[in-house]
Design a protein around this ligand. Structure first.
Ligand code: AMP
Length: 563
């Protein structure tokens, strides 16, 4: 008998939501006005859905009053905080496209993203973990110092007009976030209502940057329909209701926080609990205990660090029931300990990518532990997936190939890059994930590798090409190749293998210092190796898999067991 093809469809009797984010939020506020919506521990904030809704309306009205229009791009560059959540929902209400900027970005990366999508406005924290955001912006736009707020004209950032900062201090040329929360006047309310009614679920509402194998980051452009539905089905796989309280230690700039987290919660009236401005294991334990959280999100590295906390035993974590581990393969032992020590017996595994909203496969709350450690679950409701060979033909079940995903979740495209979009999404609307997978007879997916050149370090994707292009500008470097090497804690780390110019000398410290302040800290290679030459194919391509093995052996690093 011929084997079944590796094609699956998530048939579902639960129709997709055909509404905008703002309509969904409005309905949830109407149903659960008094229930907790948002708890931000490090800011001492606790708001009900009615309170959250009132602030969102005020901020949305202010954004329109300040001259932003539906379809404009508004960047946000900040660690997790209440203002981030307000900005997300206010922008969605006013039809303004939220551009989420990685808090680890440095000068070059900030300049690139602001220009690439033409941000008219930017909300930013003044400083975070030694990163002087205001200072970096001022060095890109020194005109801020003399421009009236809202009227910036900067040579290097021609689209940026309006800058809004968090915190109390005043900065020339910049609005303070808190000043944008006054009660709107009747005419402003009327304008907001008019804008909201005109919005369509298929409008673009969010741009998230994903780095590319070809160097510069790409702006994955997502609609209300994409991300609202994805957030909703993701939390439904965990059986969420309005009684759930989700601890979100993952960053908001990424889809894990702002789609699976905040949007997921508003579809069911659940409470979003932020444990800190960035991940910290102790503050997660404290938040879960104090807020009686029922669910917890994290990439495998975060769960490893939580389990490593020497005082874990003194916390009452029995309220936990479920959650998601995603972003990278989960080591088996970690999964077992999460179920036992964190009481997350219904934890699920999710697999996806930013371009597909993100989640396309997720395990069920009642899948056997065996399934939950060895697969990424089954296809999500309403989505389709297939596994194809190098010529694009569907392979039989159990055979390895590239994973393709189709359905409501596939992004609108990469911002202003029709060619790169066409490389990723084919004529039949399949998104080519670049991940190698198998689908078994029962429809369970397994991610077995990647056809794209990416290193996943503690849940952050690093594209070697981007780091190589940066290092290549160093005057003493002749050739450079970056590879991922195994790491017990972060899954992988970047190792840069460098061939110096003839006669040149250079130290590891010098190269590290060269990267500092220019590229995000997580992209700076953990290891630098100086080599004479690279293993090459006959056609002159670097054989990265050989290089990877060579350096891993030299460094004495062992593979991480994930199944
Ligand atoms: P991002 O766009 O940042 O969400 O990263 C997406 C990539 O992360 C995918 O293409 C996969 O390579 C990887 N990934 C996400 N979830 C998983 C998972 N559960 N297991 C293995 N790899 C994953």
């Amino acid at each position: 008998m011929a084997s079944r093809p590796s094609y699956v469809h998530g048939a579902s009797a639960r129709p997709l939501l055909g509404v905008t984010i703002s309509e969904c939020l409005r309905q949830t506020i109407a149903r659960f006005p008094k229930r907790d919506a948002l708890v931000v521990r490090h800011q001492g904030i606790r708001w009900t859905y009615a309170e959250l809704g009132a602030r969102v309306d005020r901020l949305a009205a202010s954004l329109l009053r300040l001259g932003l229009n539906p379809g404009d791009r508004l960047g946000i560059w900040s660690p997790n905080c209440a203002e981030w959540v307000l900005t997300q929902f206010a922008a969605a209400k006013a039809g303004i496209i939220l551009v989420t900027i990685n808090p680890a970005y440095q000068l070059r990366e900030l300049e690139f993203v602001l220009k690439h999508v033409g941000c008219r406005a930017l909300v930013l924290a003044p400083v975070f973990r030694g990163n002087d955001y205001l200072g970096m912006l001022q060095s890109l736009a020194p005109e801020l110092r003399s421009a009236p707020p809202g009227h910036l004209q900067a040579a290097r950032l021609p689209d940026l007009q309006l800058v809004i900062r968090l915190g109390r201090e005043a900065t020339p040329g910049i609005f303070n976030f808190d000043d944008l929360l006054p009660e709107p006047e009747a005419a402003e309310r009327a304008r907001l209502a008019e804008v909201e009614t005109a919005l369509q679920a298929d409008d673009a509402i969010n741009i998230q940057f994903t780095s590319g194998t070809t160097g510069l980051p790409k702006g994955a452009t997502l609609s209300h329909h994409n991300i609202l539905n994805n957030g909703r089905y993701v939390v439904e796989a965990m059986r969420f209701t309005e009684h759930d309280r989700l601890c979100i230690p993952v960053p908001l700039y990424h889809c894990f926080g702002m789609v699976m987290g905040t949007l997921g919660c508003i579809t069911h009236g659940a409470c979003m609990v932020f444990s800190g401005e960035a991940f910290d294991p102790r503050s997660v334990l404290e938040a879960v205990q104090a807020e009686r959280c029922t669910a917890l999100y994290g990439v495998p590295t975060m769960f490893i660090r939580i389990l490593e906390d020497p005082e874990i035993g003194r916390f009452d974590l029995k309220s936990l029931r479920t959650g998601i581990m995603a972003g990278a393969p989960c080591p088996v032992e970690v999964m077992k300990r999460v179920v036992e020590q964190l009481h997350m017996s219904e934890i699920t595994i999710a697999y996806g990518m930013t371009e597909t909203s993100p989640v396309s496969f997720q395990s069920a709350w009642d899948d056997t532990i065996e399934r939950r450690v060895s697969t990424v679950g089954r296809i999500q409701p309403h989505l389709e997936a297939k596994v194809v060979d190098a010529s694009g033909r569907v392979v039989p079940r159990g055979t390895k190939g590239e994973l393709l995903v189709r359905g409501y979740s596939v992004m609108l495209g990469y911002w202003n890059e029709p060619e790169r979009t066409a490389e990723a999404i084919d004529r039949a609307r399949w998104m080519h994930t670049g991940d190698l997978a198998t689908i078994d007879e029962d429809g369970y997916g397994n991610i077995v590798g990647r056809s794209k050149d990416v290193v996943i370090r503690g849940g952050e994707n690093i594209y070697p090409r981007e780091v190589e292009e940066f290092l290549f500008q160093h005057p003493r470097i002749q050739e450079v190749a970056c590879v991922g090497v195994p790491d017990q804690r972060n899954g992988e780390e970047v190792c840069a293998c460098v061939v110096l110019r003839p006669g040149a000398t250079c130290t590891e410290e010098e190269l590290r210092a060269y990267c500092q302040g220019q590229i995000a800290r997580y992209k700076i290679p953990r290891y630098f190796r100086f080599v004479d030459k690279f293993p090459m194919t006959v056609t002159g391509k670097i054989q990265k898999f050989i290089l990877r093995k060579q350096v891993a052996d030299e460094l004495g690093l062992q593979e991480v067991r994930t199944a």
